[in-house]
Write a protein that binds this ligand. Structure first.
Ligand code: TXA
Ligand code: MG
Length: 306
């Protein structure tokens, strides 16, 4: 199903067989929990044992939209969805087709991004088809996704601490701003520990290696990397990088996010040996989500020490 962020592989939360199929199609390990998608506040509340005033405040401001709230799970939520955790990720997407699907089905759907585990998320129906060429999937065509990167995943601790587990289009700055209107003092932090389930170092990877290079990396006329950088890439990825193609990011972060995955897919099909992207200074706002994905998608980062 299409959503405003990326396409999802959806199964009714009532169907254990459907949920199992999602894991097997994606080749996803059972330790990585799924997000439950709802089409109403009532459905959201039914999934959690603690719909706190702060959760309600954030949900009313940002739903429907690209924010997933990780909240204490209601007892009836299938442990397959939550990987046995005591919490459940809940999202109310802002795409009419997703909402219609959930309303028609009459139950929330669990939906991870519709890609093989660890790979680039799909932002168009064609991407989904190319991820699962052999399976008889029903693909609901909602056109290209507007946002292009997955939702912000956040959890609330002790009624005052909002922890961002995965950055997205609802940025830290936006959350900090709206929380100034909340009755009690709050703090918004970015949780960077690897302890969060599913937030693995390597994720979102294209089919050929992605390399992060310094902004000022000189290029020859043929748009190839310098010999020195090529050698480092060869050492790291174990084969010569004869031809590298550049992933150009728009200066406008909304556009950069929207085009990110389709560009990564397109460049991986050009016959090049690797993709390179130039590091940029701006890491705030939506750039935080874009660089989170690029850092995890990269096989090699020539800008980091060591
Ligand atoms: O935008 C999105 O969120 C898309 C669209 C389809 O809605 N979905 C998506 O799902 O990105 P997925 O499965 O690719 O990513 C879900 C992330 C994973 O990193 C998972 O670990 C985290 O959410 N997550 C889900 N439930 C969680 C929980 N109870 N505690 C911590 N993290 C959780
Ligand atoms: Mg995913």
């Amino acid at each position: 199903m299409p959503t405003e962020t990326v396409y999802g592989l959806a199964a009714s939360i009532e169907s254990t067989a459907g949920l199992r199929r999602v894991f097997s199609l994606k080749e996803r390990p059972f330790f990585d929990p799924l997000i439950v998608h709802v089409a109403s506040f009532k459905q959201a509340q039914s999934l959690t044992s603690d719909w706190s005033p702060l959760a309600d405040f954030l949900a009313r401001l940002h739903w429907p939209g690209p924010l997933t709230l990780v909240l204490p799970k209601a007892e009836h939520v299938n442990p397959l969805i939550t990987s046995g955790l005591e919490t459940v990720g809940i999202r109310y997407p802002a795409h009419p087709v997703a909402l219609k699907l959930i309303e028609t089905l009459g139950s929330p759907v669990a939906a991870p991004s519709a890609n093989k585990f660890g790979r680039t998320s799909p932002t168009s129906p064609d991407h989904v088809r190319s991820e699962f060429p052999d399976s008889k999937l029903l693909i609901l065509d909602g056109g290209e996704c507007d946002i292009g990167v997955e939702s912000t995943v956040a959890t609330i601790e002790d009624n005052h601490l909002v922890k961002i587990l995965r950055p997205g289009a609802i940025t830290k700055e936006m959350l900090q701003k709206v929380l100034k209107k909340w009755a009690h003092p709050t703090e918004v932090i970015r949780e960077t520990s690897q302890a969060s389930p599913g937030h693995l170092k390597h994720h979102y990877m294209p089919n050929i290696p992605l390399v992060i290079v310094p902004r000022e990396e000189p290029l020859t006329d043929s748009a190839e990397l310098s010999a020195q950088v090529r050698l480092r890439i060869q050492n790291e990825i174990g084969k010569p990088a004869q031809r590298a193609v550049e992933l150009h990011l728009s200066e406008d972060p909304s556009l950069a996010a929207r085009e990110l995955y389709s560009e990564m897919r397109r460049l991986a099909e050009t016959g090049a040996d690797c993709i390179f992207v130039r590091k940029r200074e701006a890491q705030d706002g939506l750039w935080s989500a874009i660089w989170d994905r690029l850092n995890r998608a990269a096989s090699l980062d020539l800008t980091s020490a060591g």
